[in-house]
Design a protein around this ligand. Structure first.
Ligand SMILES: [Zn+2]
Length: 478
């Protein structure tokens, strides 16, 4: 889950600005019980990479859908490994529009009983919270979707497009990423006009009060580069020119002072426009000035001092590892560094490799690409540069409508994730992906991947209320 990477940054400035109503929820008792039971069942099925199984969780969810009346042919469990199955279910619509795909990952990161106050694989309710691994990331959202599918089926609701739900393996790690596998092996099963990913977006609250409703509508591209300088070496008592370490250090210093050009897209422009209404003073003024064309340079400079705003404005590259020399008394024969880049949509990894070569401006520094499996390649992939995602009016209008009903006065803010989620696979496959969730998490209570992961009880039921309303607003043909 990547939804809460940026929250704390504006916590202080905004919380006093709004007088917001308490969170509202309207979910009937039977639905609450159903959602609760599914959530509990998912948390208590261990889906870690080490010893768990997404297959068990996928089968359990498939059974619930079949029991609720989904034909067996519309609910399938499949995957490349017996422990890493995915579930795909389809609720048929009128066919007025192409399908929408909903994705959520079933796997969770590891959790040790000894690190936790409670058993991470027991679903425990106490002090107004649900505790357990996956309560934030993201079995709550998985349970919400299964609940909505069951509700909509029982009601006989016919959306104006098919709703396809894919609950998948290995988002957090592991060799069998379910979304990647489905895109490449079962495209017909999951093919859609666009994708909703509830691993992103959400309601950011401060002590339960909503501050913004965020929607991840784009993500940066991840890339690692290896820098290498070699030299014949020799005795350190007789220094010679072209010391490998000096060459490498010089290149890294040039990188440190380099700034990639500012480039806004649909999503980041909307982000700064909306955030200007949440922030105040100079920061708000700078956000308005930066979306002008051309952007105001003084505003760019001030915003760039904030790591999050900087990462939203441009591609970033930073040195993360260094390794050089063999002995204290020998000239280094090899000096190496790793530079990690987060690339704006619309650019390829090879393009950035060429940029780095230009920035280092030293033919002694070789720049190679390191792929996901750690292989070092002479050039980087040219293909699959993610295009900037266009904001879809139907997705936004429905979100603004439902957010307005549930959290009146709270701005809806499109965000570009500076990390990466399973949306990287669906976006690359040409299916624009939007991170949307109605689950609210306090900005100072982000426990995804951490110990004693928990979610406010009422926040969960609000999320149940949200997606029921949202799917209807999006697909009722209005
Ligand atoms: Zn996640």
């Amino acid at each position: 889950m990547h939804r809460h990477l940026f929250k704390a940054l504006f916590l202080v400035t905004v919380t006093m600005a709004y007088t917001l109503p308490a969170l509202r929820g309207q979910v009937d008792e039977a639905t609450r019980q159903l959602a609760h039971d599914i959530f509990k069942q998912l948390v208590e099925i261990n889906t870690t990479d080490s010893v768990g199984s997404t297959t068990v969780a996928a089968e359990a969810m498939a059974k619930r859908l079949r029991d609720a009346g989904f034909p067996a042919g519309d609910v399938v469990v499949l995957g490349p490994n017996p422990r890493k199955d995915n579930m795909v279910a389809r609720l048929h619509g009128t066919g007025a529009h192409p399908p929408v795909l909903l994705i959520g990952h079933l796997d969770v990161v590891e959790a040790r009983r000894s690190d936790w106050t409670t058993d991470p694989f027991q679903f425990i309710e106490k002090d107004g919270y649900f505790y357990g691994r996956g309560t934030q990331d993201m079995k709550s959202d998985d349970a919400i979707w299964v609940t909505e599918f069951i509700r909509l089926k029982r009601e006989g609701y016919i959306p104006d497009r098919d709703l396809i739900l894919a609950l998948t393996a290995d988002e957090e790690g592991g060799k069998f990423n379910g979304v990647d596998w489905l895109v490449h092996n079962q495209r017909n099963l999951i093919d859609a006009e666009f994708v909703l990913n509830s691993d992103g977006g959400g309601v950011d609250t401060d002590d339960g009060k909503p501050v913004i409703v965020s929607m991840d509508a784009s993500e940066k591209l991840y890339a690692d580069y290896q820098l290498t300088v070699t030299n014949p070496g020799g005795h350190s008592s007789l220094p010679v020119p072209d010391n490998a370490i000096y060459h490498l250090a010089g290149a890294l210093v040039r990188l440190e002072s380099y700034e990639f050009p500012v480039e806004l897209n649909d999503v980041t422009r909307a982000y700064f426009e909306r955030m200007a209404s949440v922030e105040s003073g100079q920061e708000a003024a700078d956000m308005r000035a930066v979306v002008k064309s051309p952007p105001d340079q003084a505003a760019v400079a001030r915003l760039s001092q904030d790591p999050l705003q900087n990462a939203t404005l441009r591609t970033t590259c930073v040195a993360t590892r260094l390794d050089a020399g063999l002995a204290n008394n020998a000239l280094p024969e090899t000096a190496r560094a790793i530079v990690n880049c987060r690339i704006l949509p619309g650019h390829t990894r090879e393009e950035i490799r060429q940029d780095l070569i230009g920035i280092f401006a030293d033919p002694k520094v070789e720049v190679r690409y390191v792929d996901d499996s750690g292989r070092v390649l002479d050039s980087a992939p040219d293909a699959q540069a993610l295009p900037p995602v266009k904001l879809r009016p139907d997705v936004m209008t429905a979100l603004e409508k439902v957010a307005g009903e549930m959290w009146p006065g709270t701005p809806v803010v499109p965000t570009m994730a500076t990390g990466a989620s399973d949306g990287v696979y669906t976006n690359a496959a040409g299916m624009p992906t939007f991170g949307i969730s109605g689950v609210a998490i306090d900005m100072d209570d982000i426990r995804a991947h951490g110990r004693d992961e928990r979610l406010r009880v009422e926040s969960f039921y609000q999320g149940v209320d949200f997606y029921y309303r949202y799917l209807k607003a999006l697909t009722s043909g209005n």
